[in-house]
Design a protein. Structure first.
Length: 123
């Protein structure tokens, strides 16, 4: 694949300072796990960001939209993980719970604790 140059990117973003700002924002998105918009499996985030800019896939106009989309995807993924973890916890609790209700189990534990205190007092 040909090298990406700053000149390639400046065809899409005319101001070099805006280009740097845009590239940094995109690199940060990629480092947080954003999906690359181009095929570049072995490239570093900086190279991917510059290639995306040169290809016109990332622009000053759509960078915030891309950021919002990735934030939304991240939030959905986080909620799915929480739901999955909650279901797993519920399953473990149901499997390890005694056959009776939780209230009955607590009453039994309190009664056992009380009988141990009575035995200690007798000694």
């Amino acid at each position: 694949m040909a090298r990406v140059t700053v000149e390639d990117c400046l065809r899409q973003v005319e101001n070099r300072f805006a280009l740097v700002h845009l590239a940094v924002r995109r690199v940060l998105q990629l480092r947080k796990g954003a999906t690359p918009l181009i095929e570049a499996p072995k490239n570093k985030e900086v190279v991917i960001a510059l290639r995306e800019i040169a290809a016109g896939k990332v622009t000053p106009q759509n960078i915030l939209e891309l950021e919002a989309r990735e934030d939304l995807n991240g939030e959905l993924l986080r909620r799915r993980r929480i739901a999955s973890t909650s279901e797993e916890i519920q399953e473990v609790m149901e499997e390890s719970a005694p056959s009776g209700s939780l209230e009955e189990s607590m009453e039994e534990a309190v009664a056992e604790g009380q009988s141990e205190k009575d035995e200690d007092a007798d000694v």
